[in-house]
Design a protein around this ligand. Structure first.
Ligand code: PEP
Length: 253
């Protein structure tokens, strides 16, 4: 269950969120309490300046951190960018790549996402790669073509041996921040299609090992229906991850 905070919260608000979230969560399975053990991985992606505060506040709580983006180079004259090593140094183990807002507002392409993906894997970060169609593309019957192209171009050159840390997030653009969720069946269809395409790239077993998250207006009142679909391995959550009660409800649904 991954929280994408986008451009929300200060370091103080981050610490406050985690202080309120942690007591609401069941303990991680590895920490015991089998009768109410948490069975999912939790990832929080705060804005860059909040990562040190998040790392301190989340220590020992079984919550991992993600960057919301990164550059593919290790260092250099790239004003406003951060590298994989910088994310690792402030406690990230994950990085979100190719979010539709990055594609839409910051000109990210499948080619730049591919460079970032290679750099993230080389550095040892687990990438959460976002793909998804716009409403116009869905209505024009282009969903599968769009997903196939984003996947094949984004994952160009990634070998089956590099597959295990990769996470894919299916985020239909029309469902992000709109309150309009994909039906569980529609999400399952897209996930099934993505899994088939991954199998073409990597073979069945590597494709089966890759987690595919759903994202797009996931909320405590629709999580059960979505996660009842075996094709969905988890969720990438924007708006509903900003409140500790609501995110805890998603984690512990
Ligand atoms: C997202 O930002 O990845 C997202 C899915 O947002 P929301 O849950 O607000 O639709």
């Amino acid at each position: 269950m991954a929280a994408n905070w986008k451009m929300h919260k200060t370091p103080a608000e981050t610490a406050d969120f985690l202080a309120r979230l942690i007591p609401l969560l069941a303990p991680a399975a590895a920490e015991g309490a089998p009768e109410r053990a948490r069975v999912c991985d939790i990832v929080v992606a705060p804005p860059f300046p909040c990562l040190p505060a998040a790392a301190t506040a989340a220590r020992g709580a079984g919550i991992e951190l993600a960057g919301q983006n990164m550059h593919w180079e290790t260092h250099g004259a790239f004003t406003g960018e951060v590298s994989a090593a910088m994310l690792l140094a402030v406690g990230c183990r994950y990085v979100i790549l190719g979010h539709s807002e990055r594609r839409q507002y910051f000109g990210e392409t499948d080619a730049t996402i591919n460079r970032k993906l290679l750099a993230a894997l080389n550095a040892g970060l687990r990438p959460i790669v976002c793909v998804g169609e716009t409403l116009a593309q869905r209505e024009a019957g282009q969903t599968e073509t769009v997903l196939r192209e984003q996947l094949e171009r984004g994952f160009l050159g990634i070998k089956a041996t590099q597959a295990p840390p990769c996470i894919l997030a299916y985020e239909p653009v029309w469902a992000i921040g709109t309150g309009r969720t994909a039906t569980p069946e529609l999400a399952a269809d897209a996930h099934r299609y993505l899994r088939q395409r991954l199998a073409r790239l990597w073979g069945d077993s590597a494709a089966a090992a890759c987690r595919i998250l759903y994202g797009g207006s996931v909320k405590p009142d629709n999580i059960r229906g979505l996660m009842a679909q075996p094709e969905l391995d988890g969720a990438l959550v924007g708006g509903a991850s900003l409140d500790p009660q609501s995110f805890a409800a998603l984690v512990d649904f």
